[in-house]
Ligand binder design. Sequence first.
Ligand code: FAD
Ligand code: DLZ
Length: 516
Amino acid sequence: MSDSALILVLGDQLSLANPALIAADPCRDLVVLAEVAEEAGYVPHNRHKIALIFSAMRHFRDQLRQRGFQVRYFSFGDGQPTLQAALAQALEEVPCGAVRVCEPGEYRLRQAMTGWKEALGVPVAVLEDSRYLASHAEFRAWAKGRKQLRMEYFYRDMRRKHGILLEVDGQPAGDRWNFDQENRVGWRGQETIPARRQLLQDDCTQAVLAEVAAAFPDNPGELEQFNYACTAAEARLEFDWFCRHALPGFGSFQDALVEESPWVFHSKISMYLNIGLLEPLPLCEQVEQAFRDGDCSLAAAEGFIRQILGWREYVRGVYWLTMPEYKTRNTFAASEPLPEFFWTGETGLRCLQQALRQTLDLGYAHHIQRLMVIGNFALLAGLDVEAVCDWYLAVYVDAFEWVELPNTLGMALHADNGLIASKPYAASGKYIQRQGNHCKECQYSPAKMTGEGACPFNALYWRFIDRHLDYLAANPRMGLITANWRKRAPAERKAITDWADRSLALLLAGASPRHQ
Ligand code: FAD
Ligand code: DLZ
């Protein structure tokens, strides 16, 4: 048996720090990258996501070859159905004694890999992914014995472990761990939002865009607007641009909803981090340096670092700690079918329309659009949890189940019985009005509860409270709200919940709620 190894690099592992590559010998081992039907088709991925991944894979192949690696590359047109089939083909061409791969980011594929040794007839080593800042063992140890897995405490430990934003005495910079309160300023056009860089598309990316357009004609994604970086070098330039131009505004407007801008002051880097073009720790260090140099506020730096060092690592930990059981959870037994407008963006609710349209067209929506607009609607309307999670996995360019599922099922839909969030992120139209400027242009008014022109989020919010009253009343953070609802006259409650039913039915039918 040959002592050379076949190294499989997945489409979201495009980093030289990939542990399977670190251990590779360029003179002896063969690296395989494969564009395959199963990975490209297990959900109707946004075409931006497929194009980004294929182009980044091809650029990474070239980078590896320049470094002296032998690479067998399967293009989509080669017709390989699965990764296993591509590996079998590569092993037939170049017999190797073993397969090595870094663990995948999705449970689905991790399970499939357990059958590869038998199917391929060689040992298969699956190595832990060292690109994350908390290992599986570390997260398990942190979670052990805790009744609640609150991100905030995990995040503080990560700050200490990596020495980020600490004073010399080990206390947090600015004497507080968290500047969340400062990050929530609503948008009233206070500042100029910088225009994003237009990225040049080289021949490789242009070829991929044409192939993806032809092979996935029915998937979402307006490829004429493709503007993602497909190499690590370009992704770093994107991040440098963010630090210089958007990071200062990110401090105040992290939660802002802006009619004129899909990106607002956000970094637009999740897709690069998730496929290996950027590494998390250097980003946190660069942002800390920007703060120390006086280029952004502490609220901006801490707010950004909390997302990477805190939320990103934390949701990954929760995913691997709880799968596959996590995926079956559905606290509110939500089962309404996903409305058609989730695939068309055709709805008269302005905030929802913008969030859906940019999601479908660009593969991007920022956190508050995902959580408090689309996710909030799905929660209040009682949409089927599995269908909503599958939708989120399909439509975003940065979507991989390890990060998508805890955010959708747990944070947005509260379907994990509060494992991630201490209370449901449910909100009425007033929240959306406070955070941005969509309502000014909308046909619905957040000031009205019922009747023609009333914002459907208002009555739907109270219908949600009404439907799950006992469950929510047991949550100390929901006590005031549920008591307030209980105090209302039964007739008033009925008028609101009836209006909610009617508005929802009309929204789903594509019409505006009107008084009869
Ligand atoms: P910024 O707002 O600039 O934040 C900086 C970085 O912090 C992000 O790039 C991301 O890497 C990280 N981050 C921020 N919030 C989170 C979070 N809650 N969980 C994990 N990482 C976070 N993020 C994904 O990467 N993939 C997903 O599939 C995904 N699905 C989501 C689904 C829902 C329902 C919700 C509420 C959030 C989801 N997120 C997901 C988290 C977050 O919305 C995106 O990471 C963020 O919008 C990406 O845009 P950005 O790079 O401009 O982020
Ligand atoms: C998302 C994706 C797509 C669209 N296509 C491929 C592919 O053709 N080949 C590949 O190796 N990876 C692809 N990926 C990323 C994988 O789906 C990802 O590695 C798994 O979901 C595990 O995170």
